[in-house]
Design a protein around this ligand. Structure first.
Ligand code: 13P
Length: 250
């Protein structure tokens, strides 16, 4: 059995004081969660969130990492900088990074390798655009994105990566993939991993759904056999909504 993992992606929201207030409100609401609970916050919030969640079941995540250890990369953060700031998880390859910041499958792969080497837990995002789904490329695309991103990892390292399947057309739009669509595409990703790394690895990898996941649709999505959790954008910014998602099984 794979333990579910629910992660909030705060994106570019919340200053340190607001971040502290949000996790302070969240703590008692998620303390009995049966899943792993992660908040992926802006780097400027690492310190206030880390201090506030110390000793709780909430884990700290970042939203990106650079692939070099150090050097002339203005504005970027290395894996070591994240680790030494108390960060445990990192989102890599989010569609907003791909769309607005020139992220490619190749740089996503480099970032994954750097993160794993440093001991960070990776949340790898893949997903198709609306026109790609309509053209019938979804399955080929998500398998390709996934396998390229994982290239160079050992079987054991692959089994510890968390994958977030986020159809781009469902992010921030209020449109959710149907439970069946999400389950089917996540099944395709798992089959791709099985073909390359074997059944054991494929059965260990946790694959989340992301894209307008909310208290109202979490139960249906989480009831699907392939879906192991969620990566939550908008609804992770409200303690009541995020905790309701985390407590989907209660
Ligand atoms: P929304 O939940 O706001 O659709 O965002 C999903 C997402 O991009 C999480 O990474």
């Amino acid at each position: 059995m794979r333990k579910p993992i629910i992660a909030g992606n705060w994106k570019m929201n919340k200053n340190p004081a607001e971040a502290k207030a949000l996790v302070a409100e969240l703590k008692p609401l998620v303390k009995d969660a049966n899943c792993d609970v992660v908040v992926c916050v802006p780097a400027t919030d690492f310190e206030s969130v880390r201090t506030e969640i110390a000793g709780t079941n909430i884990h700290l995540g970042a939203q990106n990492v650079h692939f070099k250890e150090s050097g002339a990369y203005t504005g970027e953060l290395s894996a070591d900088m994240l680790c030494s700031s108390g960060v445990e998880y990192v989102i890599i390859g989010h569609s907003e990074r791909r769309q607005y910041f020139g992220e490619t499958d190749a740089t996503v792969n480099q970032r994954v390798l750097a993160a794993v080497k440093a001991g960070l837990k990776v949340i790898l995002c893949v997903g198709e655009k609306k026109e790609e789904r309509e053209a019938g490329y979804t399955d080929a695309l998500v398998e390709y994105q996934t396998l390229i991103a994982l290239t160079g990892l050992t079987d054991e390292q692959v089994s510890e990566v968390v994958i977030a399947y986020e159809p781009v057309w469902a992010i921030g739009t209020g449109l959710t993939a149907t439970d069946e669509q999400a389950n089917e595409t996540i099944g395709v990703i798992r089959k791709g991993i099985e073909r390359k790394y074997g059944k054991d690895v494929a059965e260990k990898v946790r694959i989340q759904y992301g894209g307008s996941m909310k208290p109202g649709n979490v139960k249906g999505l989480m009831a699907q056999p392939e879906i192991d959790g969620g990566l939550i954008g908008g609804a992770s910014l409200k303690a009541a909504d995020f905790s309701a998602i985390v407590n989907f099984d209660k």
